[in-house]
Design a protein. Structure first.
Length: 272
C-alpha cells in the first residue's frame, strides 16, 4: 500500500503542472474594450498613409482606418505619432496597440512583433530628374541615393544594387529634401510617395519599379485574438466595398490588389 501511495504521489507531482492551465495574458482586444481606448500608432510624415493637417491633427488612410476600428469596437481612438525608429519598440512595450502606418513585415521585424496580412501593396521606385535614367542599375557609385533610416526600402535597393552609395536621413521629408537640394542623384521611397512629389515638382519623374512592397499593421507578438479581429474586420470591409472606397479616397485610385489574397478573401468571411 505504501508503495502504491508513493508511486501515486510521484506521478501526481510529475503531471500536476500539465493539468494546471496557466493564466493567459490579456489580449490587446480585451484591454481596449476594458479601457475604452484604442491607441493607434500613425505616421505624420508619409501622405497619404499618414500626415497632419494645418491644426496638427493626424489625417490619412492609416488614421481613418484606425478610427473605423475604434468605432467598430465601440471605443475612442487615441493617436500616437510614430517614426521609422520608434514604431517597433512602441508596439513591443505596449506604448501603442497597433502600428497602423508604413511598415513592411520583414523577417527581422517579424521576430519582434506580429503582422496582419498586408493591408496595402505598393511598389518601391526612385525619384529622379526628368531626362535621367529610369533604371536603378544606372545609379551605382559615384551616384548617391537618398533614403530614410530604418526603412526596408534600403534592403530592396541593396538587393538589386549591392554596391549602391546610400545617404540616409532621419525621416522621409529630409531624404526627399536632400535629393531636391542636389545632395543625391535619386530619392528611393514608395511609389505613391515619389509620385506625389513629382506631381508638385514636374521637373522630377518616377523610375521603373524597383520592387513590390507589402505593408502591414504591426501588433504585439502572440496575440491571436487581436490579430484575427483586425484581419477579419479588414476583409469584411473589403467584402462590403468599404475598404476599396477608403483606399480610393486617399490614394486617388482603386486598389489593383485584393486584401488577404490576390485570388479571394479568406474562406468563411461574411458567414455567420
Amino acid at each position: 500500500m505504501l508503495c502504491r501511495f508513493a508511486i501515486g504521489t510521484v506521478l501526481l507531482a510529475l503531471f500536476s503542472p500539465l493539468l494546471i492551465k496557466p493564466a493567459a495574458a490579456e489580449s490587446t482586444f480585451d484591454k481596449i474594450k476594458r479601457t475604452g481606448t484604442f491607441t493607434a500608432g500613425v505616421r505624420s510624415d508619409f501622405a497619404p498613409i499618414g500626415s497632419v493637417d494645418d491644426s496638427g491633427n493626424p489625417v490619412g488612410f492609416g488614421p481613418e482606418l484606425a478610427k473605423i476600428f475604434a468605432d467598430r469596437m465601440g471605443v475612442k481612438v487615441k493617436y500616437v505619432i510614430v517614426t521609422s525608429a520608434s514604431r517597433i519598440p512602441l508596439v513591443m512595450n505596449g506604448g501603442i496597440d497597433a502600428d497602423v502606418g508604413l511598415t513592411t513585415p520583414t523577417k527581422q521585424r517579424n521576430e519582434q512583433i506580429d503582422f496582419t496580412t498586408p493591408y496595402i501593396w505598393d511598389a518601391v521606385a526612385l525619384l529622379v530628374k526628368k531626362g535621367a535614367s529610369l533604371d536603378l542599375a544606372d545609379y551605382a557609385p559615384p551616384k548617391k541615393i537618398a533614403l530614410t533610416q530604418g526603412s526596408s526600402i534600403l534592403d530592396y535597393v541593396k538587393e538589386k544594387l549591392p554596391n549602391a552609395s546610400l545617404v540616409t536621413f532621419q525621416n522621409p521629408s529630409d531624404a526627399a529634401a536632400a535629393f531636391i537640394q542636389g545632395k543625391a542623384d535619386a530619392y528611393a521611397s514608395n511609389r505613391y510617395a515619389v509620385h506625389a512629389i513629382s506631381v508638385q515638382h514636374p521637373e522630377y519623374v518616377v523610375s521603373h519599379t524597383v520592387a513590390l512592397d507589402p505593408i502591414a499593421i504591426g501588433v504585439h507578438q502572440d496575440d491571436s485574438k487581436w490579430l484575427n479581429w483586425l484581419n477579419f474586420t479588414m476583409q469584411e470591409m473589403w467584402q462590403k466595398g468599404e475598404y476599396q472606397a477608403l483606399y480610393e479616397k486617399w490614394f486617388g485610385e482603386k486598389p489593383e490588389w485584393q486584401i488577404w489574397s490576390h485570388y479571394r478573401l479568406q474562406p468563411g468571411i461574411g458567414q455567420p
